[in-house]
Every structure is written in C-alpha cells, then in structure tokens.
Design a protein around this ligand. Structure first.
Ligand code: PMT
Length: 413
C-alpha cells in the first residue's frame, strides 16, 4: 500500500475517541493534499467512531491500531513511527491522552509512540466543556506547554453533547496550517541545532509584561505572556550564546542554562537591564513594559465606598530608549507592537530608541502578537533601511529568524 515518499515530510497523526474523529479524516485529507506523508494511529475508541479504512483510504497508508495487535507488535511499530515523524499530531486529543502524556503513561500504541518520539508534538484537544475546564486537565495542558508541546486551542460553541462552551476541536484547516508551519520550522531547526553560531556572545533578552500596582490587590498590566521573549532566549542558548533573561511576571519556565532575573515593574526591569548592559553584546527587547505607573500607590486596599476612582498615571521610563542613549558596541533590537501603520511606527521607533533593528508585529492580526504560539514578524534594519516581511510561524522559528538577522548585522560590521 505505501508508496516511496522520501521527499515528503512525515506526519504521524494520532486519532483518539471522540465525535471529532470525523474532522480528523478531513485533516488527513488536507495534510496529504499539502504534500505530507501521513501515518495514522487510532486508539480502539477512535475505531468505534470512524473505521480505520477511512484513514487508510485518505492517507494511502496502513492504519495502525491496537485493536488486534499483540504487545510484541507495538514494540517494533511504535519505535519505527516515533522515529519517522517529522511532526506528531494528535487530533482529536481526549482528556485521557493528554493526561497520559502529561503523566508519562504509555500503555497503548499511541501513548507509547508519542513517548518515544523526538518530533514536535501538536495537540488539538476536543472534549466536553466541563472536562476541558477541569482543573486537572488544565494543569496537564499547562505542564505539557511548559515542556514544549504545542496546542491548537479548541473553539467555543455548541458541543456535540449539547453543552455550550469551549471544547470543540479546532477546524481541520486551522490545524493543517499550524502543522505546516511547525513542519517548515523542523527543517530549519534540524540544520540549526548543530550550528553554534552565537558561541560566547552575551545576549540580554527581556520578556513578558510588567505590572504597576494601584493598591496591594490591584494592578495595571497587559496581555504579554512572555512566549516571544522566552523563545528568543532559548534559541540564543541553543546557538551557544550566554543568555540573561529579564522576565516580567509570567507563567513560563526556562532552561537552566539561562540566567533569569524576575522583575515586576517597568522601573525594576530598567534597573535589571542597566545592571547588565555594559556586559552585553546584543539586547533583544521583546517585553511589553507598562508605559504608565500610578503616581501615588495606595498603601491599603481602595474601598468601593470611596466613590469614583481617579488614578493619576505618570509616564514610566522608556527602557530601550535609555539603553539606546548609552549604546556603545551593542547591537540593539527592539520590537514594535502595532495595530496599524506598522512600518511607519516601527521606523519611528528605530530612530527614537537608537536601534540597529526592529521586529514589528501587528498584534491585531490572527496568529500574531500577545499570548499566541505563533507570530507574523517584519524585520527592519537601520543600517540600510531594508525591510523583510515573514509569513506566520511559531515563535520559536521567529526567534531564529531574528537571531539570523542579528548575526548578519554582526558579520557586516
Ligand atoms: O509575550 P507574548 O505574549 O509572546 O507577546 C509578544 C509581544 C507581542 C509582547 C512581542 O512580540 C512584542 O511586540 N513586544 C513589544 C511590546 C511593546 O511594548 O511594544 P511597543 O511598541 O510599545 O514598544 C517598543 C519597544 O520599546 C519594545 O521593544 C519594548 O520592549 C520597548 N519599551 C516599551 C516601553 C517602555 N517603557 N520601555 C521599553 O523598553
């Protein structure tokens, strides 16, 4: 049944039991049309919803199931497929498979294969809203995200069970596009992992939001998750750099090789950056510091009975502009988070903050900006004014693109 497919990237698609299995058939068909070789593993419950023959016909590959297979057979097959995968996708992913992966349980064909793979794993959850919101499921998802597993968020609406809420598997077209962007990145990364082209360079990266307290229980902040900055820090570490990461309050962990400084306010972030600036070769400011702080922070919780609340906000220091004014040999990279006139505002920021390069992102575009796993970036360099627009990609791939540009600037000096 299988054809020779050496030139195609391999997707291993795990299908678990739920009504969204029918959408996995559409996903298989899209991935095949997009030029991937698709191998499907179905759990016994998935086989109750859709016949393996459907996936076999669409993928033109033998479908792997546990239903009639003895454990001996798994041992060969699960390692073979685990190695073959360029990207491993689980769609639909039930609470059960998410729980198994998060807790290291490998008791069937799919869970053993995913445990044995070195490929990026993309998970598209699908379940009842109450199950999805269950704290244990959410903790399992958070743990897997921290470990680098990728998720395509479920949609909200009327679910097959009649409940209304979040839990409906993302549409196959959305999953297929995301898988394609991850697959494109795997080619880039596999070449790059052996390249330590930033060996010994000292990089200062900022990430996440800052928070400005109003009173002991309230604060002003923004929706930055820190994912973009953390991706830059991890990519720089992989490429041999000595990385200092100044992070606002975020829910992310980083590799132990990164020197991490946690801060709260914009003034804290400024201090941490100034303390480290002289020993830095490259600054990459992916953070979203709060531009204003409350003039007189209340010592005690402000009571509702105090009437209408008027807050006097005072402007925070611009960290990047402050560093830019002290710049010596450092390469300075800023970000521009815009919702319109991206190029115009980005070019203004290059001048105002004395930057070598700016990474502009339209934070209103789908798949870009705050709290997303992907971004759509435009890189503008100050030396020659050149501008390059990149397609949607994972934040980790975007981080490598940013570092490629930095390296290019370093080499041209
Ligand atoms: O964290 P994520 O959820 O992954 O989201 C990523 C991101 C959208 C936050 C990131 O891609 C991004 O765009 N970061 C810059 C956010 C921002 O503050 O943009 P800005 O256009 O307001 O600021 C321009 C530059 O000045 C930025 O490099 C910023 O770090 C810096 N700045 C801003 C204000 C300030 N007081 N001091 C600064 O240094």
């Amino acid at each position: 049944m299988s054809e020779m497919k050496e030139n195609k990237k391999n997707i291993v698609l795990g299908v678990t039991g739920g009504i969204a299995c029918y959408k996995a058939a559409d996903l298989t068909s899209r991935l095949v049309k997009d030029g991937f070789n698709v191998d499907v593993i179905m759990t016994p419950n998935a086989c109750n919803f859709v016949s393996p023959l459907t996936f076999q016909t669409l993928s033109k590959n033998q479908v792997v199931t546990d239903t009639f297979a003895a454990p001996k057979y798994w041992e060969v097959e699960h390692v073979a497929l685990a190695k073959k995968a360029d990207v491993f996708v689980i769609a639909p992913a039930t609470a059960d498979i998410i729980g198994k992966i998060a807790n290291g349980i490998a008791d069937d064909m799919l869970s053993t294969t995913v445990m044995a793979t070195g490929a990026r794993v993309v998970i598209a959850p699908a379940m009842n809203v109450n199950m999805y919101e269950n704290v244990i499921v959410q903790e399992n998802i958070a743990k897997l995200r921290r470990l680098g597993y990728l998720f395509v968020e479920p949609g909200a609406g009327m679910l097959a069970c009649g409940d209304v809420g979040k839990g409906r598997m993302a549409e196959p077209v959305e999953i297929a596009e995301y898988v394609a962007s991850v697959a494109a990145e795997t080619g880039v990364n596999s070449e790059k992992t052996s390249v330590r082209d930033l060996e010994g360079k000292r990089i200062l990266v900022t990430a996440g939001p800052t928070v400005e307290e109003i009173d002991p229980v309230r604060y002003i902040s923004n929706r930055s998750s820190g994912k973009m900055g953390f991706s830059v820090a991890e990519a720089a570490l992989d490429r041999g750099a000595v990385v200092t990461l100044v992070a606002g309050p975020v829910n992310l962990e980083c590799s132990s090789g990164i020197r991490r400084i946690d801060v709260k306010s914009t003034e804290d972030m400024l201090k941490a950056c100034l303390d480290n600036f002289d020993d830095t070769d490259i600054v990459i400011k992916a953070a979203a510091p709060a531009d204003f702080r409350v003039e007189n922070k209340a010592e005690h919780k402000i009571k509702k009975t105090d009437g209408n609340l008027c807050l006097n906000l005072t402007e925070n220091p611009d960290i990047l502009a402050t560093l830019g004014s002290r710049k010596q040999e450092q390469i300075m990279v800023g970000f521009a988070a815009e919702t319109r006139d991206l190029e115009k505002y980005a070019r203004e920021k290059i001048k105002k903050k004395n930057l070598d390069m700016i990474v502009a992102n339209n934070v209103a575009a789908p798949g870009a900006g705050f709290d997303k796993d992907t971004n759509i970036i435009t890189v503008i360099r100050s030396a020659d004014g050149s501008m390059t627009e990149y397609p949607i990609m994972s934040k980790r791939a975007a981080a490598d693109v940013i570092l490629d540009n930095v390296l290019d600037i370093l080499r041209s000096r």
